[in-house]
Design a protein around this ligand. Structure first.
Ligand SMILES: [Zn+2]
Length: 92
């Protein structure tokens, strides 16, 4: 699993080895052998490395550029074929 956090200035990126500056966003991800898993070794990545690895992306929303650590969100939504029509429960 992955979590986006804000650096307190003491976090080092596991990929490029640079210290992530205070207030900069970074990602904690649990992975084994480079594959994301539910529970495993925690890795810390700066934004640049997340972008390179595909763990983050910039989205353009309402004229603003927003960084997201969950690029797959929204793509995983299954087509909603079943129409959940409201059941009329009016019994007179
Ligand atoms: Zn990095």
């Amino acid at each position: 699993m992955r979590r986006g956090l804000i650096s307190l200035g003491k976090v080092q990126c596991d990929s490029c080895q640079r210290t992530i500056p205070y207030a900069e966003r970074y990602l904690v991800i649990e992975e084994e052998d480079g594959v994301e898993v539910e529970s495993g070794k925690k890795s810390y990545y700066c934004v640049d490395c997340c972008l390179k690895k595909g763990y983050a992306e910039y989205r353009h929303e309402k004229g603003e550029t927003v960084l997201t650590f969950f690029p797959s969100e929204g793509k995983l939504q299954e087509p909603d074929d079943e129409k959940t029509s409201e059941q009329a429960g009016d019994n007179e």
